[in-house]
Design a protein around this ligand. Structure first.
Ligand code: OSB
Ligand code: MG
Length: 369
């Protein structure tokens, strides 16, 4: 596909409610939308970097820098055949996976539009709807958390994830478990603990959780191995798995029993599929994580989650859980069986609401040869 022009849209979108994790609180979601024009077609991709380097070292600022100064100049005017060709092209740029993944998503959208195939078809997805849950941020108190969870349960979410941090862990999780004895429940610490905290975390092992997500430092796969040895509950890695190689390390070290797959963190959908396949070979279940995506990134997540080894429900909630107004004309809705339908249109299967895009735009950068 000949790359004619690339436009970066730096967006800030108000969330319906603030989202708080162990690393901070977001009230507006910044992201970078990538628009690529090729041979009369337009493809869109979403970079899931945030304003602050809390989840990951990348930010919307670093993403724009790396795209503008390094990635886009390699692409303009050139023929980029597919995702593998793109990964090869940017192999000299170390790291910056969130930046690369946004571009790869736009290429998949273009590829699908050119071949009139949905992303699900291109990736080899096997389901027409995917099981989903909701990720609930840290609330004012355990009491208000139970109320917020109750609201999501009545909306139909059959799997709940709660965010935890030191001082807001066992009590919060126990309160939710006491109120909902049978719900599928999991916790996510976003790297807030160290091995010294094992005794603090130990009571979580008695709460019948689906998994404990990323309790320890992101660069510490080995310590997760030591932690997993002492826990019955599966440990799930998110931040630690930044490439298919890291997935292999975690598998070989018995550092976890589940992996959260995010195409952004891994540098693209092609890498996400590799991690999926690797886990499938060793019968390790995976699920699709989320980064509060707009309709563009959400469409990509839903298609990815239709692959066969996405056995656990994804952090892919309905659009109204995040945004009163989205940048896509299509919105994702929750079905009564806690699933979301996989888009059927070509590529991502989404169209842009140009007025919304303008409304949420902080900045725009158009580049062509
Ligand atoms: O760790 O999974 C995470 C959101 C932003 C950054 C990191 C994470 C999250 C979530 C939200 O948990 C998942 C969603 O998009 O609903
Ligand atoms: Mg996580």
């Amino acid at each position: 596909m000949k790359i004619d022009s690339i436009t970066l849209h730096h967006l800030s979108m108000p969330l319906v409610a603030p989202f708080e994790t162990s690393f901070g609180r977001e009230t507006d979601r910044e992201c970078v939308l990538i628009e690529i024009k090729s041979e009369g077609l337009t493809g869109y991709g979403e970079c899931v970097a945030t304003r602050d380097p809390g989840y990951n070292y990348e930010t919307t600022g670093t993403v724009i820098h790396i795209l503008k100064d390094f990635i886009i100049p390699l692409m303009l005017g050139n023929d980029v055949k597919d995702a593998a060709d793109f990964q090869n092209l940017v192999s000299g740029i170390r790291g910056h996976y969130l930046a690369k993944a946004g571009v790869e998503m736009a290429l998949w959208d273009l590829l699908g539009k050119r071949e009139n195939k949905s992303l699900r078809q291109l990736l080899g997805g096997v389901r027409e709807k995917v099981e989903v849950g909701v990720s609930v941020g840290i609330q004012e108190s355990a009491h208000s958390l139970v109320k917020t969870v109750g609201d999501y349960v009545s909306q139909g979410y059959a799997r709940i994830k709660i965010k935890i941090k030191p001082g807001r862990d066992v009590e919060d999780a126990s309160a939710v478990r006491a109120e909902f004895p049978n719900i599928r429940l999991q916790v996510d610490a976003n790297s807030a603990y160290s091995l010294d905290d094992i005794q603090i975390l130990k009571p979580l092992d008695k709460l019948n959780l689906l998994l404990i997500e990323q309790p320890l430092f992101e660069d510490d796969i080995w310590d997760h191995h030591k932690l997993q040895e002492q826990f019955e509950t599966p440990i799930c890695l998110d931040e630690s798995i930044v490439s298919p190689r890291h997935a292999r390390y975690a598998i070989e070290m018995n550092a976890c029993r589940v992996i959260n797959i995010k195409a952004g963190r891994l540098g693209g959908l092609s890498q996400a599929v590799m991690v999926h396949d690797l886990c499938q070979q060793v019968s390790m279940p995976v699920w699709c994580g989320g980064m509060l995506e707009t309709g563009i990134g959400r469409a990509s997540n839903v298609a990815l989650a239709s692959l066969p080894n996405f056995i656990l429900p994804g952090d892919i909630s309905a659009s109204d859980r995040y945004y009163a107004r989205d940048i896509t004309n299509e919105r994702f809705v929750l079905n009564s069986d806690s699933t979301i339908d996989v888009p059927r249109g070509a590529g991502l299967g989404m169209t842009i609401d140009e007025n919304a895009l303008k409304k949420f735009s902080l900045n725009r950068l158009a580049m062509q040869k």
